[in-house]
Design a protein around this ligand. Structure first.
Ligand SMILES: Nc1nc2c(c(=O)[nH]1)N[C@H]1C(S)=C(S)[C@@H](COP(=O)(O)O)O[C@H]1N2
Ligand SMILES: [Mo]
Length: 218
């Protein structure tokens, strides 16, 4: 439209002008979170449910070890003090559990998986990672998913030490995958030449588990 005639006065434009003066449709309700923050099929919770196989191992920080092995140039075992000496970072992320609950704004403090990768130097053949918990749980991720910039081996949540029920002393957090990939009571990180199923992946759950694609089941 490149002429200068003003838009025709119509019933609709008059209504819309009135709505503006009345501020129609505005509410005092708090702003909704962005619609696309919640993946399909999920609902928001404010508590933090506990889910595991029913065995919650007691691992003191004295006994805790993180063993990193498999297809890496420099395998290593860290004790608690050595783990604390690695660069520490805090990352805020959302939890999406395959049982349909999601929890926003969790502040995780610990060691970024990328810092660990710098130390151990995965070999060229490494394409996948198996995570082993002290409870015998296993779960698999691809190396790119493990190396995601917001993935962290966390020892604290909201500034306080992780409780045992949530995987303390330390657990993995991979925010962009369903929460079953975030191994609690992390003990062994094993680099593999091919992706292999862990516990839930052998029991009908998806090899990758990406919430936005609803990769729930295999
Ligand atoms: N070691 C270990 N890690 C685990 C599990 C487990 O049974 N053992 N359960 C997984 C599942 S199915 C979920 S949903 C989350 C639950 O973590 P939360 O109890 O802190 O909410 O941990 C995951 N990590
Ligand atoms: Mo889960």
């Amino acid at each position: 439209m490149d002429d200068d005639t003003p838009p025709a006065e119509s019933k609709l434009t008059r209504s819309k002008q009135r709505w503006a003066t009345e501020r129609k449709f505005l509410t005092d309700a708090p702003r909704e979170p962005a619609r696309d923050r919640l993946p399909p099929g999920q609902h928001l919770v404010r508590n933090w449910p506990v889910l595991d196989l029913g065995r919650q191992p007691h691992i003191s920080t004295d006994r805790w070890r993180l063993n990193v092995r498999g297809l890496v140039s420099r395998p290593l075992t860290l004790n608690w003090a050595e783990f604390q000496e690695l660069p520490q970072t805090t990352i805020r992320s959302d939890i999406h559990c395959v049982t349909t609950w999601s929890r926003y704004d969790n502040d995780w403090t610990g060691v970024a998986t990328r810092s660990l990768l710098d130390l151990v130097e995965p070999r060229h053949e490494a394409t996948a990672v198996m995570l082993h918990g002290y409870d015998g749980y296993t779960t698999n991720v691809t190396l790119p998913d493990f190396a995601s910039s917001d993935a962290i081996i966390a020892h604290s949540w909201q500034g306080r030490p992780l409780t045992r029920e949530h995987g303390g002393p330390a657990r993995l957090i991979i925010p962009h995958l369903y929460f079953w990939k975030s191994a609690k009571w992390i003990n062994v990180i094993e680099f593999l030449g091919a992706d292999r199923p862990g516990f839930w992946e052998m029991n009908g759950y998806h090899m990758r588990g990406e919430p936005w694609r609803e990769e729930r089941y295999s």
